[in-house]
Design a protein around this ligand. Sequence first.
Ligand code: HEC
Length: 176
Amino acid sequence: MTTPARAAFAAGLAALALAVPFPAFAGEEAAVVKGKGAASAAKGAVALPRGFRSWTHVRSMVVTDPEEGMYGFHDVYANRAALRGLRARPGRTAYPDGAQFVVSIFEVKQEKGLVVAGAKQRDVVQLKDRRAKETGGWRFASFDPAGKPVAIDPATCWGCHAQASGTDHVFTRYTE
Ligand code: HEC
């Protein structure tokens, strides 16, 4: 990891420690959105992109402490536009509208010296949309394991992602 990347990541993790009670991905209330009309009526609704499992897998991360807001086995996926942003030279990061990330978060299973992903907990989405000015030009969403939207307060997501200001509010780092 380069020093700025390490710093940004440390900042992210430090923020995790501060997030008590953790608002990150847990503690969200289930919002059942029925039918297309309801989904599009929800202000700023972001869909869980179909086929994101075929996007580029960028990174994995494990937060082993169940008391942590971001507890879980994280797999981060990027679509093409997001991948271009990730690969941009340091200091030149700017994501175009439509750039999108999905993090699949699983239980952490530790057995016989292995740490593996257990049952799916949720998928979280970050979509570049410059109209979403209040949240840094990104829209945030969360989905339960069945793919149903979960109610979140995007301001909570933004409260933490705002710290990654040197990389257009994206924490994930890319390595070949
Ligand atoms: C306490 C800080 C914090 C909060 C709050 C937070 N995140 Fe993140 N987020 C991170 C960190 C650190 C990463 C990079 C590590 C990872 O998830 O694998 C990340 C990564 C992501 C990514 C992958 C793209 C990127 O920026 O690296 C998405 C998508 C994402 N978060 C969505 C959300 C959503 C949706 C919410 C609100 C429900 C949220 N986040 C709230 C810290 C936070």
